[in-house]
Ligand binder design. Structure first.
Ligand code: PAZ
Length: 316
């Protein structure tokens, strides 16, 4: 199974409909924060889809809920970064992730009836302590324009937005950090091999042939953002492959860090693999029970490494 060269991939696949609007938002965001000498992190989050039809009824998806990316985005804001949060539509988002499903409604009280003009909605007193700190952080991030939300659905949308974000981040050089936590499909159906309309069951069971998505980390590191601090994630299900595959990725793409994780244990254990070392970051049982999220120490460590990288470049 051979894959297209990355340039052929872009030539063969149209950008998403709202691409130009997003590109403009990315450009303005990066220019604004570049002027005031902020560091910017691009956090990618959630899984990409692989549509089976142009008028997409069905698609191949993956497990990612966007927990890693959405929580990390909050910790990067705490560390003083401006954050581009590039996420799968309808996956978890910073701040609102704390109140999914019915949780938010359960925090509210309503008095009066639906046609009573005096109807009041209040946050229950015992929920104020939970909601207030998160709402405050959200307001600060929004009002200071330190977070930009950009969303994607398919793997093709993701690739277009990733390259556009890189083009806008490139002028920041070392101050740009890429934290690529999205679970991006390795396989897809090229647009010219996809049926236009819904696949009909009357025609029998379809044979679906997937092709390899080109590895965008190669042009990203060497051409698009050659001075940025690039962190990729590696997910495996076989512990025996985890470190070897992470090291292979570092050797091949020459970026700064791979954060390796196993599907089942990813919420409390990751391994930092750098060109020279590898070490574990994990939560103890007590830390996990107390509500500490592993993204807090992950982001603290990544930010520290990024600062050292900036200082080293300035000292040259
Ligand atoms: O989104 P989530 O919190 O459920 O999962 C996070 C993750 C496992 C997708 C991420 O940590 C990761 O490893 N991303 C890269 C996956 C890969 O392409 O190897």
């Amino acid at each position: 199974m051979s894959s297209l060269h990355w340039e052929e991939f872009y030539a063969a696949h149209l950008p998403p409909a709202d691409f130009e609007d997003n590109r403009q938002l990315l450009k303005e965001f990066c220019e604004r924060h570049s002027k005031i000498h902020n560091k910017i992190v691009l956090v990618t989050s959630g899984g990409t889809t692989v549509p089976l039809e142009h008028n997409t009824v069905r698609f191949v998806d993956n497990f990612s809920a966007g927990t890693r990316g959405s929580s990390s985005a909050e910790y990067f804001l705490d560390q003083g970064y401006a954050v581009i949060f590039m996420h799968r539509q309808k996956s978890l988002e910073p701040f609102t992730r704390h109140f999914t499903g019915q949780q938010f409604f359960d925090m509210l009280d309503i008095s009066g009836t639906d046609n009573d003009p005096g109807t009041q909605i209040n946050v229950k007193p015992d929920s104020v302590d939970v909601l207030a700190p998160i709402l405050l952080k959200y307001k600060v991030a929004q009002e200071s324009q330190r977070i930009l939300f950009i969303n994607f659905t398919s793997v093709v949308d993701y690739m277009w937005l990733l390259r556009a974000a890189c083009e806008c981040l490139a002028p920041l050089e070392q101050r740009a950090l890429l934290y690529l936590a999205a679970a991006v499909s390795d396989f897809y159906i090229p647009q010219d091999k996809m049926p236009t309309h819904k696949i009909q069951s009357g025609q029998g069971a379809p044979t679906i042939s997937l092709q390899l998505v080109p590895k965008m980390l190669a042009p990203l590191v060497s051409l698009w953002v050659p001075h940025a601090f690039v962190v990729s994630f590696k997910l495996e299900t076989d512990e025996n492959l985890l470190i070897a595959k992470s090291r292979e990725s570092l050797n091949k793409y020459k970026h700064k860090l791979v954060i390796a994780n196993i599907l089942q244990t990813r919420k409390y254990r990751v391994v930092f693999v750098t060109p020279t070392t590898s070490y574990e970051v994990h939560l103890t049982r007590e830390q996990a029970l107390s509500g500490l999220e592993i993204e807090e120490p992950i982001v603290a460590d990544v930010s520290r490494k990024h600062d050292e990288y900036i200082s080293a470049a300035q000292g040259q």
